[in-house]
Design a protein around this ligand. Structure first.
Ligand code: ZN
Length: 426
């Protein structure tokens, strides 16, 4: 298995995945998951076209080999081989000659950023189209053009991958990222790279929770996963949707629908205490696959971590979201944030004080002398008093850290000492 420990290694993976023509189905997704599987063991799932998934149906599988618009001399003026963004995703095959005026109905540009190529899809209506820079379109002379899309849209499969880092308990944390975008780096190759690196780091740590990583096409992939795991979804206790993980903006955490789920408290705590510039936003039923995980029937404790959020930057869904738009440092920072958050989540528990009538005498249990030589003895003692006082079953260690203003790690050390002294129990 290849290690992805550094920002540079994650960036190399983004560059490697970037040219593949992904969509919600097809060989580009399979090839992407094969590359993911070079880094973490992956269970691949192939769900047949026509499968009913919640209120949706798995669509036909789309594959594309070539596409272009050529002028009368045969020169390609729009060429899929240069960038897969040039073709509208899920375009049906076409082979025709038509005037520029006729062709225009099928062309998409970004007049406000005339040198960029937009990203467009048409998954659920049968059509075709090309995307190009406004500058390119403006330079096209009138005349007839050969239009050719060599694609297939036929019964096949929807492909997704799962990787599990086993924990001490079967309660799960899910980390989900979408794998359906073609040549776009921040949305969401950076998310895939960070997820892999996070999985590798967790595997070295023997975590408390079982961590399940989901590499799936957006929307239909999450809906398919939820449909196929309907009976087991109760074991998902927490989760994060990871997207836009590599741009140079600051971090944004979007809360779960519940707003007070444990993951919401953990992310807010870690971001607040880390001194990183950040924003915490309330849930809205838009964005990435938190839309599905937080639909009211499931209502899972799943939030979303991005840097600049969904659609929040001009490069979003354009050719300018290329590997230069994402930075190794940003990906490393997103990874570090996730690791810090999961370290807290993994150790956050609630305890009950077994000696709640008056303060228990710490000295006779050796709990003062254990603090004697420590430079932070005062803080460690305060942490013990806070843990004893708030361990009534209703307050977790994170609640205690928040209420006391003490570092979470200090509260954990105090709890461990009190556990050893049989003064608290889980
Ligand atoms: Zn997107």
């Amino acid at each position: 298995m290849r290690e992805l420990g550094t920002g540079e290694a994650m960036h190399e993976l983004v560059e490697r995945l970037y040219p593949l023509c992904r969509s919600i189905t097809g060989d580009g997704v399979r090839r992407t998951l094969e590359i993911v599987a070079e880094h973490v063991p992956l269970e691949m799932h192939e769900v047949p076209t026509g499968t009913q998934v919640l209120d949706w149906t798995v669509p036909q599988e789309w594959n594309i080999r070539d596409a272009y618009v050529a002028d009368a001399s045969g020169k390609r003026v729009i060429d899929f081989q240069e960038s897969n963004l040039h073709v509208v995703g899920y375009s049906v095959p076409v082979s025709e000659t038509m005037s520029l005026d006729e062709l225009r109905k099928h062309l998409h540009t970004l007049p406000e950023n005339p040198s960029w190529v937009p990203y467009r899809t048409s998954y659920y209506s049968s059509t075709w189209g090309f995307c190009l820079a406004q500058d390119t379109l403006d330079a096209l002379p009138d005349g007839d053009y050969d239009v050719h899309i060599d694609s297939t849209l036929e019964d096949g499969h929807l492909t997704y991958g799962e990787h599990v880092v086993p924990g001490q308990v079967t309660d799960e944390v899910i980390v989900s990222c979408h794998t359906c975008h073609p040549s776009l780096a921040n949305d969401n190759l950076a998310g895939i790279a960070v997820a892999i690196s996070l999985a590798q780091a967790l595997a070295r740590e023997k975590p408390y929770y079982t961590y399940r990583f989901l590499f799936m096409p957006g929307t239909i992939g999450a809906i398919t996963w939820l449909a196929r795991n309907f009976e087991n979804v109760g074991r998902v206790k927490h989760g994060i949707v990871l997207a836009c993980a590599g741009d140079r903006g600051s971090l944004t955490y979007k809360q779960s629908r519940r707003g007070d789920a444990e993951i919401d408290k953990v992310m807010a705590h870690v971001l607040k205490t880390s001194t990183r510039p950040h924003e915490v936003k309330e849930f809205s039923p838009y964005g990435y696959d938190e839309r599905q995980f937080c639909s009211p029937g499931f209502n899972l404790g799943v939030g979303s971590l991005t840097r600049t959020p969904y659609a929040g930057y001009p490069e979003y869904h354009t050719s300018a979201d290329n590997p230069d738009f994402v930075s190794p440092d940003s990906m490393a920072d997103t990874l570090a944030t996730c690791r810090e958050a999961f370290a807290v989540l993994d150790r956050d528990r609630s305890y009950v004080n077994l000696s709640p009538y008056g303060e228990p005498q710490l000295g006779k249990r050796g709990l003062y002398s254990s603090l004697g030589g420590r430079s932070d003895a005062k803080e460690a003692q305060m942490a013990m008093l806070w843990v004893l006082n708030l361990s009534d079953g209703d307050h977790s260690l994170l609640d205690i850290a928040e209420r006391s203003g003490l570092p979470f790690a200090t509260v954990v050390v105090a709890a461990d000492a009190l556990l050893d002294a049989d003064l608290i129990k889980a």
